[in-house]
Design a binder for this molecule. Structure first.
Ligand SMILES: Cc1cc2nc3c(=O)[nH]c(=O)nc-3n(C[C@H](O)[C@H](O)[C@H](O)COP(=O)(O)O)c2cc1C
Length: 155
């Protein structure tokens, strides 16, 4: 199954792209309900996005709540983000999931992201203008990384 959360829809887009390339995937968005039952699924793909250096708290809570089940199944992790520096991308990815979950995963990748100004609120626009020096919507999803992630899951 593929479980994700998304603020402006980019992780959702990547999640559907991944699910569309795999056979038989149930796809589910984590909302406030963390009572998702993953027991009946034979593998889990989990995705979130980075804001101000951190993944959504719902992803963190989901990992804490489902730790045992996640550690007992084939697992793959991805995050969306617009950080450009590879070392910082890897650090954001490392901090997004608990260490043991990261280590258990057969793949964990930073797949790029999008700035969607039309979906941002005033504060978010100000933040992005200040840190990324742009006020133009842009897409930088690394489909080459997403495609090799999909190949790893299929193995
Ligand atoms: C307010 C704000 C803060 C962000 N902070 C970060 C960040 O610290 N690191 C990063 O890599 N990307 C950052 N991003 C980029 C998002 O991760 C990117 O827009 C991503 O595609 C969002 O995916 P989502 O729409 O699924 O939530 C930020 C975006 C916004 C709007």
């Amino acid at each position: 199954m593929l479980i994700y959360t998304s603020m402006h829809g980019t992780t959702e887009k990547v999640a559907h792209y991944i699910a569309g390339h795999l056979a038989d995937v149930t796809i589910l968005k984590i909302n406030n309900n963390l009572d998702i039952s993953i027991n009946s699924f034979d593998r889990v793909i989990l995705g979130g996005s980075i804001h101000m250096g951190s993944v959504q708290s719902s992803v963190k809570k989901f990992c804490a709540k489902h730790r045992q089940e996640l550690l007992s199944k084939p697992l793959a992790l991805f995050v969306c983000g617009m950080e450009k520096e590879p070392a910082k991308q890897q650090e954001e990815l490392r901090l997004a999931f608990p260490e043991e979950i990261n280590q258990h995963a057969r793949a964990n990748v930073f797949v790029g992201g999008e700035f969607l100004f039309e979906k941002m609120n005033f504060i978010q626009r100000m933040i992005i203008k200040k840190i990324a020096h742009t006020d133009v919507s842009q897409s930088d999803i690394k489909y080459d990384i997403v495609n090799s992630f999909i190949s790893t899951i299929e193995l």
